[in-house]
Design a protein around this ligand. Structure first.
Ligand SMILES: [Ca+2]
Ligand SMILES: [Ca+2]
Length: 377
């Protein structure tokens, strides 16, 4: 109950500051303080510690700082800065709306795989505000129009995180990733880094029948060229440290099946074009219903170096269509083992990355992994 009151207080205070900021922008009058604004006066009475210089007057700057601090404390109470090492990975994550689906499903997939101690600490934000550069600025209170939001940096400083991930975005250059990497490696030299790439999208309008598989594959080819340049530059500076989460290649594997009429349960390319519910995309860019599981599988396959086809568990998507789920898992692993920037191979095709097998055996093919030809070619 006390927590609810506290959250409500923070919420109301946040609204209060928003109103005040607007007032300050609109009016070139005297400084707004508790001496001339009743709501600030009320806030000071409720939170006497907000008066930083103890002069008995609460300024707008003091109120903002107090609200920021209360927000940080609330976030840290809910999300500890560090965890003991288990069999799972401890992952700090940035990204945007194309990253968010996997952030939601990966913990459930990891738990179903029997991993304990899988922890995620995401700092996501929509569109360009979710880029590696933007999240860095937000964590330092330098993102235009946004309050300081230091979610990841205090956690990274504990040195108890294993992996950091980002979602590829326009105008993120190697130096934008490098400053994150430097901070991470200083705290934990064993950390490994992953960039989730993008995928091709449909035009905003038109008929689905106008789009050809070759067009999507050509779009992905361009994305792969960009990724190659980025990863090459970063691995030159941090040898073997920066890898790819190849969602783009994997989505193309799903598209190949779709165009081969072998993607059960998927009714169309994009909901905004065909009006159907179960589609690859919902608006031509963001992925459709249940595709969040597919993206989580790609993350799992890359980070844990195992095929999600080896997990004996049902999820929401498998209950919708078990065959679709099976193909999603296969397409995740296929892209991961075939993309050179993941660092993963599976020569004996048993669904376990060769690098984590103690004694990889040739020709010991698993019955559960690799038994679907994922893709038309
Ligand atoms: Ca004061
Ligand atoms: Ca293997």
């Amino acid at each position: 109950m006390a927590s609810m009151r506290s959250k409500r207080s923070i919420f109301l205070a946040g609204g209060l500051v928003g109103v005040l900021l607007l007032a300050c922008v609109c009016c070139a009058g005297p400084e707004v303080t508790s001496a001339n604004f009743a709501r600030l006066k009320d806030y000071l009475q409720q939170h006497p510690d907000a008066d930083i210089d103890k002069d008995g007057v609460l300024t707008l700057t003091e109120a903002r700082r107090h609200i920021q601090k209360a927000g940080q404390q609330e976030r840290r109470r809910k999300n500890p800065l560090s965890f003991a090492k288990g069999s799972g990975l401890r992952i700090v994550m940035t990204g945007h709306s194309w990253v968010a689906p996997a952030v939601g499903t990966l913990p459930k997939i990891a738990a179903a795989a029997g991993l304990d101690g899988h922890h995620q600490r995401p700092h996501l934000s929509g569109g360009g505000s979710g880029s590696a550069n933007s999240i860095w600025l937000a964590e330092h209170g330098k993102y235009p129009g946004k309050m300081l939001k230091d979610i990841l940096l205090p956690a990274i400083a504990t040195g108890k995180w294993d992996v950091m991930t980002w979602g590829l975005y326009y105008n993120d250059w190697p130096e934008h990733y490098a400053r994150w990497i430097d901070v991470c490696l200083q705290a934990n030299p064993d950390m490994i880094f992953y960039i989730q790439d993008g995928w091709p999208r449909t035009p905003g309008s038109g008929s689905e029948y106008d789009f050809k598989l070759e067009d999507f594959l050509a779009g992905q080819k361009k994305i792969n060229v960009s990724c190659k340049g980025l990863l090459t530059a970063l691995n030159k500076k941090y040898p073997g440290k920066v890898r790819l989460i190849p969602v783009g290649d994997s989505l193309c594997e799903l598209l190949k099946l779709y165009y081969a009429n072998d993607l059960p349960g998927i009714e169309g390319l994009s909901k905004h074009l065909c009006g159907k519910e179960h589609t690859i995309w919902r608006d031509g860019g963001h992925i459709g219903k249940y595709m969040n599981w597919w993206e989580g599988y790609v993350y799992y396959a890359t980070l844990y170096k195992k095929s999600p086809a080896l997990i004996e568990a049902e999820f929401e998507v498998s209950r919708y269509n078990a065959e679709l789920d099976k193909r999603m898992r296969q397409c995740a692993w296929k892209a991961v083992v075939n993309n050179p920037h993941t660092g993963i191979t599976d020569k004996n095709e048993n669904g376990i990355a060769d690098e984590i097998e103690e004694t990889p055996r040739k020709d010991s093919r698993s019955s559960t992994a690799g038994d679907i030809a994922c893709g038309a070619t």
